[in-house]
Design a protein. Structure first.
Length: 133
């Protein structure tokens, strides 16, 4: 289980946004043949080599922190799931909070296609330290 004070918890409903964007690039279904260029390298990406991520400097963590601050919340008290079956990431359990976050995210996020290996290699660079929060 992830600690409550991490800013890596996922807000419910954003997975659909990412899947819709991927499908807009590659088409529906696992065997689609579309391609897209990596926003960082210009390399041609297929569905298997592409990740969708937030364009720095407005990373997912920064979006979450800004939302929490504007909402007058503290990450430690945001209601999240605990150890559900097949759960990879914690999820926010308050539907009104999820809806408000989706609206905020849609207004500020810029999602980009990026080569999977680059995204995985740089993901830790985009995590905010407590002093940044």
């Amino acid at each position: 289980r992830e600690p409550r004070n991490t800013i890596q918890c996922r807000m419910s409903g954003l997975d659909g946004v990412v899947h819709a964007l991927r499908n807009s690039y590659f088409g529906e279904g696992r065997w689609s043949t579309g391609t897209v260029q990596c926003s960082l390298t210009g390399a041609t990406l297929d569905r298997d080599s592409c990740h969708i991520d937030h364009a720095p400097p407005i990373t997912f963590e920064r979006i979450v922190l800004e939302f929490v601050a504007r909402s007058g919340l503290a990450l430690e008290i945001v209601p999240i799931t605990h150890g559900a079956d097949d759960q990879v990431h914690t999820r926010i359990t308050d539907p009104a909070l999820v809806a408000a976050f989706r609206t905020h995210h849609a207004a500020v996020a810029r999602l980009i296609p990026i080569r999977r290996e680059i995204n995985l290699a740089q993901s830790s660079q985009h995590r905010l330290s407590r002093s940044d929060a």
